[in-house]
Design a protein around this ligand. Structure first.
Ligand code: 26W
Length: 817
């Protein structure tokens, strides 16, 4: 076996790369001329790089599939990969040879890279985190396999019509995906509907089987995940749904051949589209089907490999396998593993439960009650009858355990039950995940603490040792090396290049923070990084940002708790000051917003409309525009952030305290030298601790202040007493930003004035404005600002996903590093 692991790896010489590029362009793709070259060139280049991944991939797989290697499966409904080309070039260290080869075609690497579509198989933070984790696992050489869904349509494309969001389908696979390898030989069969039948097996034991099912095939497509310059390539396996061949035989026989074939669509619908909700569950059956499809196909895949190596001996399955559940979305894996072990492999309940609860681990990503998944029992029973039996049995045994621990406390039993009772019964997915897992983690210190004192308090009392924190991180390869080459070169000159794999090396910047010469070079890099961002904003928004202004940026999904509205109120306040001639102490600012609203979230969409209307008024007023510009960048995605974060001065992380589980954009900005204006929430707290209060603009209520503040204050009184806020509300209420669209912003005005406003917009306004004033003061003192910027990058090491993954490996996965 060993010599197979040392096959020659293809050469990276310019000559060899040029030859491969020609071969793929002319032969693989059948291109004879150079018209319309770029799209094809991108594919040819991807295939040339993929060739070099293949040997490394095969060897990594070979080593990972030996019977004595413990491995982890990262189960996620979302992997927000963005582009792969530039990442692969960086990780394989191929830039020089590729530039050389492309020169032969008269092509530029940057142009070719821009032809690659984003793989937008995720909504936002949770999906992008999964992608950063995959990069870190490969770079740390850990045997971690990603399992997800190959959505035909990813996150929708956003554009604006009269300032309103318009959604268009994202058919990202059109033109082909050069990275994926279809593996039909590993197809699995996933069952739906039907019913449970009980029977006595040969030894007279009562057994269950799931019969009369309607089956769907799961076909895997593998994407290579290269580690950084370490010859490791991990696998992301994405499942596509396909119809079985025995579909609708009756119709076939009745002569309805065409209709029967058309019915294939029903099966194939499962993987057609990513649900674009990132904070509220809409209870659609198709979503439940997606979840089961992923869980079942992935578990069957792992078990098939296990049986091949170990036969029907599952005793130490848990010693070699661990499943990390990315939020509750893949939680059916708990019940599905029970079903596979019991029904298909003849294992008894107790042993199956021991194995399951030692292999599953669950990560929670949100405290918002409306985002907690629960499925109607009625729907569950129809779609997955055998799984529901198992969930009921898990719950019965669990409730017995609770009753044993707290005798007579029936209220607690009801509170903790996996089944929510009421007019309609529901399965509470988070509770199923907790009961079925040996580890439950939150994604930042505050968030993990709020889980144990709030949402999951009862469970924490029962099993304190299950709960732990793993603060999120982001990959420094994409979010520093790749996206900010200007800063990368400066870092290399100043502290050497060890930071690329060991981000703690950035600490070496600290002594340079006061060096005037170094400050000047740092500032120059930031100014240079603003230029491509200025270009993009001009191209997409028709707004001119000045390179000499402060770049103030908030990009993320649009949600009330993230408070884009508070940001807009600040812009209106600045507009009001400037039009009154009160520019004392101001610095010229360019405010950039970006992000998608869930298509069904009316208020979030209205916030986009408001931002666009305010932008039109602000940008067209000649007295205002030297001081203030506002732009809303359409179709914000991974690739946009790669241009945005290097050029940003000020990062807006202004969620209502206790609502943002972690945030990861905050980390990308910090790493690239932006200062944060933020609330005491999520990972902001850890960023503040790392960088120090002098280098962070903290404002707003804290979680513990909110309940008592609510009792004593109401939004209307706050507005009446705050002169500035009062003027802002007047501008909104008199229709200044919607002259020809009377009343359209009333719902927004009502939320700000609502005494029950959950998001505390009016309550935090004054504190926010004051912190923004501190920003102005700080930015005027260039040396002070640049010093802070350097210190932010210097302190960002702990927000590398390499650190996060090392902690998962050590504490949860028990993988040797
Ligand atoms: C069921 C609908 C749905 C879909 C997605 C509900 C909730 C989600 C996600 C949990 C939302 C999400 O992306 N959460 C974000 O996860 C990031 C990674 O941990 C955190 O940094 C963000 O704070 C958190 O909002």
């Amino acid at each position: 076996m060993d010599d197979k692991e040392n096959l020659p790896i293809l050469s990276n010489s310019v000559e060899q790369v040029t030859a491969d590029l020609h071969r793929h362009y002319n032969f693989t793709l059948g291109r004879f001329d150079s018209d319309d070259m770029n799209g094809y060139m991108m594919t040819a280049l991807a295939l040339t790089i993929r060739d070099r991944l293949m040997d490394r991939w095969r060897i990594t797989k070979l080593r990972g599939s030996r019977h004595n290697v413990r491995k982890v499966m990262y189960l996620s409904l979302e992997f927000l990969l963005g582009r792969s080309l530039s990442n692969a070039i960086l990780n394989l260290d191929m830039e020089e040879s590729i530039r050389g080869a492309l020169a032969d075609f008269g092509s530029k690497l940057e142009e070719i890279e821009s032809d690659e579509k984003d793989a937008g198989l995720g909504n936002g933070g949770l999906g992008r985190l999964a992608a950063c984790f995959m990069d870190s696992c490969a770079t740390l050489g850990l045997p971690v396999i990603g399992y997800g869904i190959r959505y035909e349509y990813g996150m929708f494309h956003q554009s604006f019509q009269e300032g309103r969001q318009v959604e268009q389908p994202d058919h990202w696979l059109i033109g082909g995906n050069p990275w994926e390898i279809e593996r039909p030989g590993h197809t699995r069969r996933v069952r739906f509907y039907g019913k449970t039948e009980y029977y006595n097996n040969d030894s007279g034991r009562l057994c269950a089987r799931w019969i009369n099912t309607q089956d769907v095939l799961a076909v895997p497509y593998d994407m290579p995940i290269p580690g950084y310059k370490n010859d490791k390539v991990n696998t992301l396996r994405l499942w596509k749904a396909a119809a079985t061949d025995e579909f609708n035989l009756q119709e076939f026989n009745a002569g309805d051949y065409a209709d029967a074939v058309a019915e294939k669509n029903l099966a194939e619908q499962i993987t057609m589209v990513l649900y674009p909700n990132d904070s509220s569950e809409n209870g659609k059956e198709l979503r439940l089907r997606q979840q089961y499809f992923l869980a079942s196909a992935s578990l069957q895949d792992v078990i098939a490999d296990w049986v091949m190596l170990n036969g029907e001996e599952f005793n130490d399955f848990d010693q070699f396998n661990c499943f990390q559940l990315n939020d509750t979305h893949p939680t059916l894996a708990v019940a599905e593993l029970m079903r596979l072990l019991i029904d298909d492999h003849g294992i008894g309940w107790d042993e199956a439960w021991r194995i399951t609860t030692r292999t599953m681990a669950y990560t929670n990503h949100t405290l918002l009650p409306e985002a907690l998944e629960k499925w109607p029992v009625r729907l569950f029973r129809e779609l997955l009858p055998r799984l529901l039996d198992i969930v009921f049995e898990i719950n019965a045994r669990f409730i017995a355990e609770v009753a044993h621990r707290w005798p007579g406390d029936t209220q607690r039993q009801q509170r903790m039950s996996i089944i929510e009772e009421g007019d309609e019964q529901y399965v509470r997915m988070a509770y199923l995940a907790i009961v079925g897992s040996f580890s439950v983690n939150g994604v930042a210190a505050l968030h993990s603490q709020l889980l144990t004192t709030g949402l999951f308090k009862d469970f924490y009392e029962l099993w304190p040792d299950k709960f732990n924190n793993k603060t999120n991180g982001v990959t420094p390869r994409r979010w520093l090396s790749h996206c900010n080459p200007n800063l990368g070169s400066l870092l290399n000159e100043a502290i050497g290049d060890g930071w690329r794999t060991d981000l703690t090396e950035l600490e070496k910047l600290r002594p340079l923070a006061d060096d005037t010469e170094f400050q000047k070079r740092w500032f120059d890099v930031k100014q240079r990084n603003k230029l491509p961002l200025i270009e993009r904003v001009k191209d997409k928004c028709r707004v001119d940002f000045s390179v000499d202004s402060l770049f103030d940026v908030q990009v993320k999904r649009i949600h009330e708790y993230k408070r884009q509205l508070l940001n807009i109120l600040h812009v209106i306040h600045l507009y009001d000051r400037i039009t009154r001639g009160d520019t004392e102490g101001l610095v010229p600012r360019s405010v950039l917003l970006g992000g998608k609203a869930a298509p069904g979230y009316a208020l979030a969409k209205l916030i986009i409309k408001l931002a666009n209307n305010v932008a039109t008024v602000v940008n067209s007023d000649e007295t205002v525009s030297p001081w203030l510009k506002l732009a809303f960048l359409p179709n914000y995605r991974v690739t946009s952030m790669e241009v945005i974060c290097p050029g940003t001065d000020l990062s807006e992380q202004i969620s209502t305290a206790g609502k943002e589980a972690s945030g990861t954009g905050n980390m990308k900005f910090m790493m690239n030298g932006a200062l944060t204006i933020g609330t005491y929430d999520g990972a902001n707290i850890e960023i503040l601790d790392a960088v120090g209060a002098d280098n962070f603009f903290l404002f707003g209520l804290r979680v513990e202040d909110i309940p008592s503040f609510r009792m004593q204050h109401d939004a209307n009184a706050i507005i009446a007493e705050d002169h500035d806020l009062n003027r802002v509300m007047q501008l909104l209420e008199c229709g200044h930003f919607n002259m020809f669209e009377p009343g359209i912003f009333d719902p927004i005005i009502q939320t700000v004035r609502n005494p029950q406003d959950q998001w505390m917009v009016a309550a935090d306004f004054r504190s926010f404005i004051d912190a923004q004033q501190d920003v102005n003061v700080a930015y005027k003192n260039r040396s002070r600002w640049v010093r802070s910027s350097i210190l932010n990058t210097a302190a960002s090491a702990q927000f590398s996903s390499d650190r996060t993954i090392a902690e998962y490996a050590r504490d949860i996965w028990k993988l040797p590093l």
